[in-house]
Design a binder for this molecule. Structure first.
Ligand code: NAD
Ligand code: ZN
Length: 381
């Protein structure tokens, strides 16, 4: 399949964030052809993740505008740049905010997914090749976001940030595996690794936390305790195997103490999926001494500092953290898609809203109000 647009600039619609916290504006943008080791993708479905909202609100390191956000998506390869051999036009793919070059020490290590070349960089708004953006309006650059910028009908992505998946997988469902759901699932299955029959606390019952709960259920945990400040989350969480709920607001002592009492000494594992520094500290302090492991997933605020008494560490509580659930995007994501295809993993229950691209700002409203989990944005009518 040879595309008729290959090598040409494509004019298409993109949702541009001109300023921090202001509604996105659908604009006509020009998308340059992919350069060496890049691919141009036609995005069919994208969804909104908390990380987009967070950098759009400019709570992150460097506010960079105008910018095209979006990093959870599914699409089809439109054309490939020089040197790209393992992808071709027509392939079904999930772009990923962190990459896998397959050549660096991290990519060669079985333990790491922190690729030297392509690990997440929220400050960079340009492509690695030439330090330039592939998006423009009247010749003025519009910046990229985490190398994906999927709130556009077409985008250019480094080949190392693209996972080729089963072409029969429905992209309107598996697009959520491109970030949040794989992140939560992997944080439990690959990093926390709860044993069968153990207790797991999940802090934050958004899509990422509920995917972490799903991982705990798959691992055979017998107690899955959900912790969230938003009580509306609790009813939904039952569908994800959460067995007990704790709202820290209902207690006049720190939530870690509540959990330690509930579990006779602490939970075996905890996974933090909130982005709140207080929740991160509670998630660490609530694990059992001797063997407890806490895994941080939420993206902290710029000036946050993690403060705990070192005796907690001496008492053999372990603190870990992870990006993208320790999955290597190109090598591992296709098999997570297969988990869905084999019905081991349900994705439908994460998808609570769907809007056409023209109403993308509604997806932001749902997330800001804490309503629902994932809102799918349909790029084509
Ligand atoms: P979300 O906003 O849908 O869910 C977060 C939940 O945390 C909400 O229900 C909120 O009420 C709850 N919460 C907030 N503060 C809390 C506190 N102090 N105690 C208990 N609950 C609290 O977000 P999401 O899309 O599920 O993402 C969750 C976090 O994971 C975000 O910080 C996001 O940026 C991060 N994230 C990290 C990675 C990674 O690779 N490490 C990938 C994706 C997302
Ligand atoms: Zn690498």
């Amino acid at each position: 399949m040879v595309s008729t647009t290959a090598g040409k600039v494509i004019k298409c619609k993109a949702a541009v964030a001109w300023e921090a916290g202001k509604p996105l504006v659908i604009e006509e943008v020009e998308v340059a052809p992919p350069q060496a080791n890049e691919v141009r993708l036609k995005i069919l479905f994208t969804s909104l993740c908390h990380t987009d909202v967070y950098f759009w609100e400019a709570k992150g390191q460097t506010p960079l505008f105008p910018r095209i956000f979006g990093h959870e998506a599914g699409g089809i390869v439109e054309s490939v740049g020089e040197g790209v051999t393992d992808l071709k036009p027509g392939d079904h793919v999930l772009p990923v905010f962190t990459g896998e070059c397959k050549e660096c020490d991290h990519c060669k290590s079985e333990e790491s997914n922190m690729c030297d070349l392509l690990r997440i960089n929220t400050d960079r708004g340009v492509m690695l090749n030439d330090g330039k953006s592939r998006f423009s309006i009247n010749g003025e650059p519009i910046y990229h976001f985490v190398g994906t910028s999927t709130f556009s009908e077409y985008t250019v992505v480094h080949v190392g940030c693209v996972a080729k998946i089963n072409p029969t997988a429905p992209l309107d469902k598996v697009c959520v595996l491109s970030c949040g759901i794989s992140t939560g699932l992997g944080a439990t299955l690959n990093v926390a690794k709860p044993r069968k029959g153990s207790s797991v606390a999940i802090f934050g019952l958004g899509a990422v936390g509920l995917a972490a709960a799903e991982g705990a259920r798959l691992a055979g945990a017998s107690r899955i305790i959900g912790v969230d400040l938003n009580s509306k989350r609790f009813a939904e969480a039952k569908k994800f195997g959460v067995t007990e709920f704790v709202n820290p607001k209902d207690y006049d002592k720190p939530v870690q103490e509540v959990l330690v009492e509930m579990t006779d000494g602490g939970v075996d594992r905890s996974v933090e999926c909130t982005g709140s520094i207080n929740a991160m500290i509670s998630a660490f302090e609530c694990v059992h001494d001797g063997w407890g492991v806490a895994v941080l997933v939420g993206v902290p605020n710029k000036d946050d500092a993690f403060r705990t008494h070192p005796i907690n560490v001496l008492n053999e509580k372990t603190l870990k953290g992870t990006f993208f659930g320790n999955y290597k995007p190109r090598s591992d994501l296709p098999s997570v898609v297969e988990m869905y295809m084999k019905k081991e993993l349900e994705l439908e229950k994460f998808i609570t809203h769907e809007v056409p691209f023209s109403e993308i700002n509604k997806a932001f409203e749902y997330m800001l109000k804490g309503e629902g989990l994932r809102c799918i944005i349909r790029m084509t009518a």
